[in-house]
Design a protein around this ligand. Structure first.
Ligand code: WTA
Length: 654
């Protein structure tokens, strides 16, 4: 691992911790001895968490780990995830409680109580069944942040269909590969999403994805969101508002096996092809609900808001399943933080009296840049707990988050986890721990991790290494959809018997954990995972490109930024010369084939890539120059002059 001195310094000389606010733990539902409970009887502890849910058939076995790494949790129990997120609260007399305060980007609002959610989910479940969707069928959901997205996800869960949510910023190609890889029968989309006052054409993108025949999609269900005309394909496309008319809003839910698949979610890995991680019902919901309650110290009168899009795992676990399983009241917001002005998020916190706010370091660093005056012109005193997720939070951002947004008093909970882990794995207990700015601190009670060296030996306090998880946990992904072998190879073969997360971590002298980012070719841009290999493959597909290399360069605001280097084909000289700006053209090509989040921040057309004598591209050197650092050791390169030329080109633009 590449270790910078300041990272080691933190481990041997950690920043002073911040004591919990006096009286903060009063009224907390998190028992003071929760860690001792989990350590004394780990499986019994998880069984108790699972029993906090409603089971139609109680389970008798907690964990079946007879065929690692394929775990089965609570497997002889039967459960309905949607009933747990909705019906259970209505039956308990909480139907009038607000489930979702929804706010659209143009400022329109909807208030959805648990009673409303109950009716809508049942109606949607009936609708999906009328299309012939049932247990085990895959439904692709390509929707903006609107209530129908939640109805659709829960309706799938209710009838045992498996949802595969595709982030609304992804391209037609990304939709098609996800549809194909899981043979989705139905796509649910909208006529568009609203982005900064403009319409992003979701339906046209779906049409494009399904243009070439040979796919499995029978129907496309379309929600009407913005004023935006679209074409409907006869016999395939139907409007949600048309077909939902007259559909009954009562639906009898069946229970499914605890291990029945709940959803598939694709994420970038180290290869060109995204992986479809799949999660099972009972274990996933157990850990999503438990961590949502424990990490945020959830209380009865909280107004919770997670700013993540449901297209990512954070939106799955901490907008949909965790909060709704806990019967929480939450805010859901359709738009971006800066439209129509940079006040938008703070207005929302103030208006709804948000008490728990969960967001990403990239957003915090963005607000640091635009200045404290903006949040400070709002009354944010309702905030009680702030959460961070998606990438390492630097101590400066942590302090600023607490001082400016949290009025100098709120605890900050840094939560480390992944699409693969399903729910929080490392996070402090905010009601009882002294907090360390920049550290995720301790495993969630019930989770066991170890930082090891390259040979799998535990590192000593004050050292850095690789983060591994040594025991199975309920919300672990059950596999890569359709590719068990790849699941084993990707996560379980580096350190046999353990899960390797792909992240580096350090342990300080107090035993607290510091997450240091990815150690593989996965980039983290604004908390979104992107694969260098996937972007390279996309660039290489372009007729102008002979070869490319992509790196994630450290970036003050977005954590990392995509920087690409492309060698252009001599054979295409004339076509290239006819273009005004080939670099912009290639950046656009990446955005069009993967999605705007993957668009390189900078792209350089270069003569050659720096390679070792064995032909390996030295991405490390490209990363250094992209970060404005001097070119490192070039002695292993076939031709050091190649790197000098690149360095000059990059320096001229930084
Ligand atoms: C990174 C998002 C440091 C990490 C929930 C991980 C973090 C990847 C943190 C997973 C954190 C997430 N501190 N790094 N608190 N949270 N990461 O699957 O590199 O989109 O491997 O899940 O994000 O990204 P994913």
């Amino acid at each position: 691992m590449h270790a910078s001195d300041d990272k080691i310094q933190k481990l041997i000389n950690p920043i002073e911790s911040v004591a919990p606010a006096p009286g903060f733990g009063d009224g907390s539902s998190v028992p003071l001895d929760i860690r001792a409970q989990a350590e004394a009887d780990r499986l019994g502890f998880w069984a108790d968490r699972a029993r906090e849910l409603e089971w139609q058939t109680p389970f008798t076995e907690v964990l079946d780990w007879s065929n690692p790494p394929f775990a089965r949790w609570f497997h002889d129990g039967k459960i309905n995830v949607a009933v747990n997120c909705v019906d259970r609260h209505v039956a308990a007399g909480n139907g009038d409680r607000v489930a979702i305060h929804w706010e659209g980007e143009p400022g329109d609002t909807r208030t959805i109580t648990y009673n409303d959610l109950h009716r809508e989910v049942q109606r949607t479940a009936n609708l999906l069944e009328s299309f012939g969707i049932g247990k085990g069928d895959v439904v692709a959901i390509y929707l903006p942040m609107i209530p129908e997205t939640v109805f659709a996800m829960l309706a799938c869960a209710r009838i045992g269909a498996v949802h595969s949510v595709i982030f609304g910023g992804f391209s037609a190609d990304a939709i098609r590969s996800r549809v194909d890889s899981a043979s989705a029968k139905l796509v649910i989309t909208a006529n568009g999403s609203v982005r900064k006052g403009r319409v992003f054409p979701l339906k046209e993108t779906v049409d494009k994805a399904l243009e070439t025949p040979g796919h499995s999609v029978e129907k496309v269900l379309v929600v009407r969101r913005p004023e935006h005309e679209i074409d409907m394909v006869d016999g395939r496309d139907v409007w949600w508002h048309d077909v939902i008319e007259g559909v009954s809003d009562t639906h009898e839910a069946q229970a499914f096996d605890a291990e029945h698949p709940l959803f598939i979610l694709y994420t970038s890995g180290t290869t060109g092809q995204p992986k479809g991680l799949w999660h099972a019902s009972g274990g996933y919901l157990t850990q999503a609900a438990y961590t949502h309650r424990t990490s945020f110290d959830l209380r009865d009168n909280d107004i919770y808001w997670c700013s993540a899009d449901v297209g990512w795992v954070t939106g799955h676990s901490y907008t949909v399943y965790g909060p709704l399983a806990n019967g929480a009241t939450q805010v859901m917001y359709e738009g971006t933080h800066d439209y129509p002005s940079l006040d938008r998020w703070f207005e929302i916190i103030e208006r709804y009296g948000v008490t728990i706010f969960y967001t990403a370091p990239t957003a915090i660093r963005g607000f640091m840049k635009t200045g404290r005056e903006i949040p400070l012109r709002h009354n944010l005193s309702s905030l009680r707990v702030l959460g961070s997720v998606g990438e390492p939070i630097n101590p400066e951002a942590w302090e600023w988050f607490r001082d400016v947004i949290g009025s100098g008093k709120t605890p900050i909970v840094d939560t480390w986890w992944q699409t693969e882990t399903g729910a929080h794995m490392i996070a402090p207990l905010v009601s009882q721990d002294a907090l360390k700015p920049g550290s995720a601190q301790r495993p969630v009670p019930g989770v066991v991790v170890e930082v090891v060296d390259e040979n799998g030996n535990r590192v000593d306090p004050g050292q850095m290494g690789l983060l591994t998880i040594t025991e199975p946990w309920p919300s672990m992904a059950r596999g890569i959809w359709g590719d068990d072998q790849r699941f084993i190879e990707t996560y379980w073969s580096q350190f046999p018997g353990r899960y390797f997360a792909g992240d580096g971590a350090g342990v300080d002298l107090d035993g607290d954990l510091w997450l240091l980012g990815r150690v593989d070719d996965v980039m983290n841009v604004s908390g979104h995972r992107l694969s260098t290999a996937e972007i390279e493959a996309t660039l290489d597909e372009h007729p102008f490109v002979a070869e490319s290399a992509v790196v994630g360069a450290d970036d003050e605001t977005t954590g990392q930024a995509v920087v690409a280097f492309a060698v252009l084909k001599h054979s295409q000289r004339e076509a290239i010369a006819a273009e005004d700006d080939v670099e912009t053209l290639l950046r656009k090509h990446v955005a069009a084939s993967i999605g705007a989040i993957a668009r390189p921040k900078m792209l350089f057309a270069v003569e050659e890539l720096p390679k070792t004598r064995s032909g390996k591209i030295m991405r490390r050197l490209l990363k250094d120059v992209s970060e404005g650092k001097p070119v490192g050791d070039t002695s292993t390169l076939t031709d050091a002059a190649v790197m000098d030329a690149i360095a000059q080109k990059v320096a001229a633009r930084l």
